[in-house]
Design a protein around this ligand. Structure first.
Ligand code: PLP
Length: 419
């Protein structure tokens, strides 16, 4: 019991340290999982994702009966995740033809798919229309031109117009997307002409307006400011306020709760636009980040000026530290705690391939299993084959059972496209 309390909230719900001091996720011993499935491996607690999905839906249902929660699937685009969330009543947004194909393969009803992109290819848009996606999020005038060309006679495609409200929340610049000089959406000066053009078109129905101001947002006030910026553009039946809720990557991180985030958004629409509007939300990382831990095996420990604990993965399974200087926690999976200050580093040929800086591990040695929590968002999504890395499997765990939902890549896979 005392051991269970040592686990911070960054681990999947229901995780614990068992009587032998080993981390258990979804009722499975992570040391056993590492032995059975190899390393590196993404271990995903199904119940964690379901609980967060239900929390989003309950938070909305408590405040309005006209809402839609949509998974921003770029965070974890794999068919098993699409399927699981759709079972919980959550459709998805996709940002490419590839994500659309995965969503359809995952059994998502096309009517519950929202098609995004700031550089939609004609073929992708044609695919989306043919698939019958519910909404196309129009990012620019070219989208409208293509829609008018592609939507079959007698049909109308429902669209939302993506507006950049000129608001920059406090987050990493690379994931701030609604500021005054962004590549996403119509800025406020061009939005009126786009709305007028769309409303006059026979090919589309304007469902409402959309904005997404950024990701990993810890202060929810800017959502209100962004909505206020849209008031001069007219009155619409629905507002899609994007995603953005930040998550805890490290034990001391304290993001807003799902309830507070949802309340802030629904109340803002109610108070600023008016009651009776449909509210759509697109959470990505808040649904999946904390559901997952990555398991690695230590390959070597090097004592230089600093101590480097080198594992069998790295920037090929977690790019975020290199892209955004993102910080994570790490532990030895069967010896939590400990005071050896070190850097957990990857196997790739880049000095910047550091997964966790300044970790405090218990006397790490070759052969140890290292766990990094909160890797469910943009881990699998951004995984790559740099240095011929074999992308890790995704293993779902629940009630003590484990099943592979994405297998590990093989050397044959690396050559599969060669002709
Ligand atoms: N909606 C759009 C249009 C996005 O681009 C993103 C992320 O980039 C999201 C929603 C989800 O953001 P988050 O994962 O921070 O919730």
């Amino acid at each position: 019991m005392a051991a269970a309390q040592q686990l911070s909230h960054v681990y999947p719900l229901g995780s614990r340290l068992n009587d032998s001091g080993r981390l258990e996720v979804g009722g499975c011993d992570t040391m056993e999982l590492a032995r059975e499935f190899g390393t590196p491996a993404f271990i995903v607690a199904e119940d964690d994702i379901r609980a967060r999905a239900r929390a989003f839906i309950a938070a909305f249902a408590a405040r309005t009966d006209d809402f839609e929660v949509v998974f921003a699937s770029k965070a974890f685009p794999c068919t098993a995740v699409y399927r699981l969330l759709f079972e919980e009543g959550i459709g998805c947004d996709v940002a490419s033809g590839g994500e659309l194909a995965l969503a359809l393969a995952g059994g998502v009803d096309p009517a519950c798919i929202h098609f995004h992109g700031n550089a939609k290819h004609r073929d992708e848009l044609a695919f989306a229309i043919a698939a019958g996606v519910g909404d196309v999020i129009v990012d620019n005038m070219r989208d409208l031109v293509l829609l008018e060309d592609l939507v079959p006679e007698g049909r109308r495609q429902r669209i939302f117009l993506r507006i950049a409200p000129g608001v920059s929340p406090e987050t990493h610049p690379a994931i701030s997307t609604g500021g005054p000089n962004t590549k996403f959406g119509f800025d406020l000066s061009h939005a009126p002409a786009a709305i007028e053009r769309a409303q006059a078109s026979d090919a589309v129905d304007v469902g409402g307006l959309h904005f997404h101001i950024g990701s990993q947002i810890m202060d929810i006030a800017p959502f209100r400011t962004a909505l206020e910026a849209l008031t001069g553009l007219g009155d619409f039946p629905a507002y899609n306020l994007g995603g953005g809720l930040g998550v805890a990557y490290r034990a001391h991180d304290d993001p807003p709760s799902i309830e507070d985030y949802v309340a802030a958004k629904v109340d803002a629409v109610d108070e600023i636009i008016g009651p009776g509007r449909r509210v759509i939300d697109e959470p990505g990382r808040a649904l999946v980040a904390n559901s997952c831990v990555t398991l690695y095996e230590v390959q070597s420990v090097k004592r230089n000026v600093d101590t480097y604990v080198a594992v069998d993965g790295g920037m090929s399974d977690n790019l975020r530290p290199m892209l955004y200087d993102a910080r994570y926690d790490a532990q030895v999976a069967d010896r939590f705690g400990g005071g050896t200050r070190c850097h957990v580093v990857g196997k790739h040929c880049e000095s910047g391939d550091i997964l966790v800086r300044d970790a405090d591990l218990d006397d790490p040695r070759a052969g140890d299993i290292i766990v990094t929590p909160a890797t469910g968002a943009y881990g699998h999504a951004m995984a790559n084959t740099y240095n011929g890395a074999l992308r890790p499997p995704v293993v779902f765990v629940k009630d003590g059972d484990a099943r592979v939902v994405v297998r590990r890549e093989t050397h044959e896979d690396l050559m599969a496209r060669d002709v």
